[in-house]
Design a protein around this ligand. Structure first.
Ligand SMILES: Cc1cc2nc3c(=O)[nH]c(=O)nc-3n(C[C@H](O)[C@H](O)[C@H](O)COP(=O)(O)O)c2cc1C
Length: 209
């Protein structure tokens, strides 16, 4: 079987982690770099990923995640947060970073800056949806890389964003939690690892037009 398909079949949404196993620092660095290399609209990366190791905070977050044990038992908890606003300072920062990285002048990037500025005027509901969508792309990359490294993961929407906001003071940081991913190593007795994947037939999933 093709290696990519093997990796994807190896992955499943883990329900029970072995809490004694921790992700090595060098693998954690690869996982973070994967998120960093994910594409984002106009390269703005209008999101932040909180990497939560602190057990007390994780215990509080578990209460806000319908008691799901992965939140406390996994090696790591990644909380994907979208920006709730895009400020002029942020746009300036990204333009300056582009100029510095690509050895360009700020005046060369004036058009780009104005284009980015159009996002600042987006209404807040639209902006939240726009930034949230992009975190899902990073999540997909993260889970694929994790599977290649034989690190388990669980994507989770089963949590209360307001509860996360309270525990992590997200609104004062201009963030909103829209997605969680736990990462670590499956427990030997997690029965879900033996379950067949349920997927639609390709003839139903794809349509040749
Ligand atoms: C956006 C999203 C949210 C999910 N939320 C949860 C969740 O809160 N808890 C959980 O145990 N699994 C969650 N899952 C996992 C799905 O139930 C799982 O991916 C799906 O049933 C397919 O199974 P597989 O990933 O094991 O192949 C979520 C998956 C996605 C993509």
């Amino acid at each position: 079987m093709n290696q990519i398909i093997k990796d994807l079949n190896w992955r499943y949404a883990v329900k029970k982690y072995d809490s004694s196993k921790k992700i090595e620092e060098q693998d954690l660095a690869i996982l973070k770099e994967t998120i960093s290399l994910s594409p984002s609209s106009m390269g703005l990366q209008a999101y932040k990923v909180l990497v939560i190791e602190n057990p007390e905070i994780r215990s509080k977050l578990q209460e806000k995640s319908f008691g799901q044990t992965q939140v406390t038992e996994a090696s790591h908890l990644f909380v994907f947060c979208g920006f709730t606003e895009i400020t002029e300072d942020y746009i300036n920062l990204m333009v300056e970073k582009t100029a510095e990285t690509r050895n360009q002048t700020l005046s060369e990037l004036e058009g780009f800056k104005n284009f980015l500025g159009s996002k600042m005027t987006m209404d807040s509901d639209k902006l939240e949806i726009w930034t949230a969508k992009q975190t899902y792309i990073a999540l997909g990359h993260l889970m694929q890389t994790a599977a290649q490294l034989r690190i388990d993961s669980t994507p989770m929407e089963g949590f209360d964003p307001h509860g996360y906001d309270e525990v992590l003071n997200l609104s004062e940081k201009g963030l909103k939690a829209n997605l969680v991913c736990t990462l670590g190593f499956r427990a030997e007795d997690d029965i879900y690892q033996h379950m067949q994947k349920v997927r639609k037939n390709h003839t139903d999933l794809f349509e040749l037009v």
